[in-house]
Design a protein around this ligand. Structure first.
Ligand code: CS2
Length: 487
């Protein structure tokens, strides 16, 4: 990889950056430098560095050193491979200048964030990285990482803690704050990030004005969309074969990409609109559409698909029952809750169904099934609340919720263990074990998890009953049959 510098090598068929990398300087620090960022924002930034070289990215991993370890020997260059039935198109991305491992390079990370050149701190730390209560969106002050950061504000481990520490340094140095741009799949992600960071700053304020300073930070919301399966060794081999280059961590993605950004960057921003992003005043309608249609379908397919024995999303959506269910979930249940014009929503739905069917993307149902406690509220339960308020039925959404309940029992339909990944996995497992295979006990136990269901939904009889009946059907008949009966 490292032989590809500043476009010096041009290999036919490989798209290589059109700028001299030695002239690029950092303007963005990105927290959570996973596959998603590298397929999405890093690619947009890569497209504009020829014109605005002062917006390079310094990435940071908050949990594991593996991204730094993989990318450092190749100068942080990597291949982004766009795949569909027409083939695989490789592109070398050079916008990431460095990756810091927050565990071992914490001081360097915070110092970089506090440097005057950094005007944006962006995040893809996943839902759980916000250390919040998913049902209320408020900072969870009992979260172990927050407890840690409150005790050690100068050596934080959480994303909000790291942001507050860097803002405190900027305040002490008399610098203007950076803009914080959340790129995670949360409702009103900017507002949510702002609420959490401001609250933490209040709790940490020693009287010198930190909380007031953080009040002046802007937190634009964004809607980000690109499907990015986790990279496998088979993907590494495909990329090596096509490019002739050894890449320790290529990223595979789909052709589709979308980015809608609320235009609120007092410290300045790159001209994102020149490389395909949409800058708007209000992102919320776009976010809601994406969370309820794309992600709501994804999570429903993940649980039902996994239980039905489908390893990949494209296999699940090829099942006529699941296809009909997802089509109905979007058309009958999600779309009426959304403020966009009907024709826009129908076109979006049809495009989603085609994207889910992309056979070149090996997107595992298990990957999407992860962290359900953090995802269900904005993907399925918000839509259900709106359906309830309009006195409308929600049978397909409820089946998605019930499939999550069935999934977190940790045992699949053939009696094999399921590797349930969730920050609340232990608690979920205890509830499931206590309930045995009794659908009423299981549903009651899980509905009592207020971080997911809040205190309102479990009180609504029609919600409880619909979910419990589906769970009974899933336990008695299996997922394929439960889907068939509904559709
Ligand atoms: C997926 C998302 O893993 C998941 O939970 O639903 O990552 C999804 O692929 C992206 O939001 C697509 O933009």
């Amino acid at each position: 990889m490292s032989e590809i510098q500043s476009g010096a090598i041009r290999t036919p068929g490989i798209d290589v950056m059109d700028y001299d990398r030695s002239t690029v300087t950092p303007g963005i620090v990105h927290l959570g430098i996973g596959a998603f960022h590298r397929a999405h924002m890093a690619a947009y930034v890569d497209s504009l560095l020829a014109r605005t070289p002062d917006w390079g990215i310094v990435g940071a991993s908050l949990r594991r050193p593996d991204t730094r370890e993989a990318l450092e020997p190749q100068d942080f260059l990597y291949t982004l491979a766009v795949r569909d039935t027409s083939g695989t198109k490789p592109r070398i991305i050079g916008s990431i200048l460095d990756v810091l491992d927050a565990n071992t390079q914490r001081a360097e990370l915070i110092e970089t964030m506090a440097s005057p050149a950094i005007r944006i701190v962006s995040l893809t730390v996943t839902e759980k990285g916000y250390c919040h209560d998913p049902s209320t969106g408020e900072l969870d002050q009992k979260h172990p990482d927050i407890v840690h950061d409150l005790a050690h504000p100068e050596a934080p481990i959480s994303a909000p803690g790291i942001i507050v520490a860097a803002l405190e340094l900027r305040r002490q140095r008399g610098l203007a704050p950076f803009t914080v741009m959340s790129c995670d799949n949360l409702p009103s992600n900017g507002r949510t990030a702002g609420r959490i960071v401001r609250r933490l700053a209040e709790l940490m304020d020693g009287g010198a004005g930190l909380a007031g300073y953080v009040q002046t930070v802007s937190f634009p919301s964004t809607m980000i969309d690109r499907i990015v399966p986790a990279t496998t060794d088979a993907d590494r081999a495909i990329v090596a074969d096509i490019t002739g280059l050894e890449d320790a961590w290529p990223i595979m993605t789909e052709p589709f990409t979308q980015w809608v950004i609320e235009d609120d960057f007092p410290a300045g921003r790159p001209p994102f609109e020149t490389v395909g992003a949409e800058l708007v005043e209000d992102v919320e309608p776009f976010e809601l559409m994406k969370l309820r249609m794309l992600n709501g379908s994804h999570s429903s397919m993940a649980y039902l698909g996994y239980l039905s024995g489908y390893q990949y999303v494209n296999e699940a959506i090829a099942d006529p029952g699941i296809h009909q269910l997802i089509h109905g979930l979007m058309t009958e249940e999600a779309m009426p809750t959304l403020p966009m014009p009907r024709a826009t929503l129908e076109a979006y739905r049809d495009q989603l169904l085609a994207r889910f069917a992309n056979p070149a993307l090996k997107h595992r149902t298990w990957q999407i099934a992860m962290d359900g406690t953090q995802k269900l509220p904005q993907r399925l339960l918000g839509t259900i609340r709106d359906r309830l308020a309009a006195a409308q039925p929600f049978p397909r959404l409820a089946l998605g919720v019930a499939a999550w309940m069935r999934y977190v029992t940790g045992i699949d339909e053939a009696g094999r263990p399921i590797d349930v990944k969730d920050p609340m996995a232990v608690r979920l497992r205890e509830i499931a074990d206590g309930a045995g295979r009794d659908p009423v006990k299981l549903a009651n136990g899980l509905l009592a998890v207020t971080e997911v269901f809040g205190t309102d939904l479990p009180q609504v009889a029609v919600f409880r009953d619909t979910v419990t009946n589906h769970l009974k059907s899933l336990l008695e008949n299996g997922a394929r049959e439960a889907v068939r009966r509904l559709t």
